[in-house]
Design a protein around this ligand. Structure first.
Ligand code: OOB
Length: 547
């Protein structure tokens, strides 16, 4: 059972969260039919030519849920889901929610290295993948991953290229049979609110990405609060261009917050401005969420562009550093209001309010979405709270911030305090009004266009190459994506290494392309800290001076 590796909230707090109705003890799958009953004939999801009403979505999800059961999936199981932004993703998610099967959300860019490690760690019973995606054969990838797992792991394939022994998802997604009877049967199998709804990946700082188990209760509260803060409603048309396996476009308020509000979700497989702008015009999109790097691309494309973006009311920008100057420029360029978001798969989400004055909207990353969120800013190292308004590491806890990573007691001892605070690894200050300003970070990650890359993960793989004696992955600033991965290495005696050979070797080991170093620096010796680790601060300074 997946529940085994969970770190529960303390009983007194759980009681408080229930009493305050943060937690409603209803599984996410139950909302699907509530929406279908209320907004049945309204369009819920648009993906190209495919338009699903709320009722169709509920019927298809139930149909798929029952067929997944026939394939042996049960409450307490987990499945790895690696799908691009497509309508099937939404149906698969709700089918899983209905059964109490927890999807583990991966990105289409992930490869064998990530998929195998996560699938084994969580103990998934099945994989759901596209046949191919951007010329890559995900079906073959999934079978390689499945072959390396203990027990029989089914491979479910979305797309016309499904081949036995894969299970063709198209044959499972239909609503034939007695819809009402099936609805009733599945209601009887519903998980409880405190069960795991889904697993999200952490940006992570470790060699293997960490996994966060989100319960139905905590995730529903997260969705509800975000939708409320962002004033989502039936007139909301949300454009999802970021990969929906990410917490941000999925639930902040994103896809699920839109459905929660009776709005319409428009799914696009990429954030390319031409396609995004065409969709905004065609669907009269009112809100989209992007990372700063995409905001910049959209701004450039909007200049002199001939698309009608007048329906756009808000754009949510978050995931990586945004300067006040850029924040100020986005709204006028796209003809809408910018709301900044500071969030994390681990829980806490902050938003600048709708209609906030410029100093807050542009100069801060917003305030927590819940009055039950607790924030404290501490001095890194000592852990002592800093004076009000000073910069320090942000620690947080609250009703939608789980108390630990899944099945990771050693990591939890580092990432969470004994009192259950999550150490964000972000350096922030909090203004007198309670708004968070992100000032930097102390965690060892590289933030490339909002994708978090663990330095440790890249270093561990690089260290396996015969050429490399010692390696340190560090961020180098980049005007387009914010940061890129640079690998600084000391080579083994008489060995040579080029960036191309490094990239090819890491790719062959199954590392996702966005994590592959884009710069290589070879040194005779790496500087070290007193405890003998590569001194990354010194390396960053060195590279900055060279530039
Ligand atoms: C979002 O989630 P993750 O899990 O991919 O990454 C979380 C980390 C944060 O700890 C912080 O280091 C960084 O991403 N971050 C920001 C930021 N928002 C996130 N850094 C600076 N400014 C911001 N506005 O990235 C995420 C999840 C939900 C909503 C929005 C973003």
């Amino acid at each position: 059972m997946i529940e085994d590796g969970l770190v529960p909230w303390p009983e007194d707090l759980a009681y408080a969260y229930r009493t305050a109705e943060c937690w409603r003890n209803r599984p996410l799958g139950a909302y699907l039919w509530e929406w279908a009953d209320r907004w049945g004939q309204q369009v819920a999801v648009v993906d190209g030519d495919r338009r699903l009403t709320y009722r169709e979505l509920a019927e298809l999800a139930d149909g798929l849920a029952e067929r997944l059961r026939e394939h042996g999936l049960r409450h307490g199981d987990s499945v790895l889901v690696q799908l691009p932004n497509c309508w099937e993703f939404v149906v698969v998610m709700f089918a899983c929610f209905r059964l109490g099967v927890a999807p583990v959300l991966m990105l289409p860019q992930h490869r064998e290295h990530e998929l195998s490690a996560i699938a084994a760690h969580v103990g998934v019973r099945a994989l759901v993948v596209p046949d191919t995606w951007r010329d890559y054969d995900h079906q073959a990838l999934a079978h390689r991953v499945a072959a390396g797992l203990p027990g029989r792991t089914a491979v479910f394939v979305v797309g016309t290229g499904s081949q036995a022994p894969s299970v063709d998802v198209r044959h499972l997604v239909h609503a034939e049979g007695d819809v009402e009877a099936r609805r009733h049967r599945l209601d009887g199998l519903a998980p409880s609110g405190s069960d795991v709804a889904l697993f999200l990946l952490s940006g992570g700082t470790t060699a293997v990405p960490k996994v966060i188990a989100r319960t139905h209760n905590d995730y529903e509260y997260n969705i509800r609060r975000c939708a409320d803060v962002c004033r989502f409603g039936r007139d909301t048309v949300y454009l999802a261009v970021l990969p929906v396996g990410h917490n941000f476009p999925l639930a902040n308020p994103g896809v699920l917050g839109t459905l929660y509000s009776g709005g319409r979700v428009v799914l696009l497989p990429s954030p390319r401005p031409d396609a995004a702008f065409a969709a905004i015009e065609a669907e009269r999109v009112t809100v989209a969420s992007v990372v700063p790097a995409i905001a910049v691309r959209w701004m450039a494309a909007a200049v002199g562009g001939d698309h009608d973006l007048s329906s756009l009311r808000h754009v949510h920008v978050g995931g990586s550093m945004l300067s006040p100057q850029l924040a100020e420029a986005i709204g006028p360029a796209l003809g809408c209001e910018v709301q900044q978001v500071y969030g994390m798969a681990e829980g806490l989400v902050c938003y600048t309010p709708v209609g906030a004055p410029p100093e807050i909207a542009h100069g801060t990353q917003g305030r927590p979405i819940s009055p039950f969120d607790e924030l404290v800013v501490v001095e890194p190292g000592t852990g002592r709270p800093v004076p009000a308004g000073a910069v320090g590491e942000l620690l947080t806890r609250g009703p939608y911030t789980p108390r630990g990573y899944y099945r990771a007691p050693e990591q939890n001892a580092v990432s969470y305090t004994a009192a259950g605070w999550y150490r964000t690894g972000d350096l922030v200050r909090v203004t007198p009004a309670g708004d968070v300003v992100v000032c930097g970070r102390i965690k060892d990650v590289i933030n490339r266009a909002g994708e978090k890359i663990s330095a440790g993960e890249v270093e561990t793989l690089a260290q396996e190459l015969p050429e490399i004696a010692e390696a340190a992955a560090i961020p180098v600033p980049d005007p387009v994506v914010g940061e890129r991965v640079c690998l600084v290495v000391r080579l083994q005696p008489r060995r040579r290494l080029t960036l191309d050979r490094l990239a090819a070797a890491l790719t062959a080991r199954g590392l996702a392309a966005f994590k592959v170093p884009e710069r290589l620096v070879v040194l005779d010796a790496l500087p070290h800290t007193p405890v003998g680790k590569p001194d990354k601060k010194a390396l960053r300074l060195m590279l900055r001076r060279e530039a």
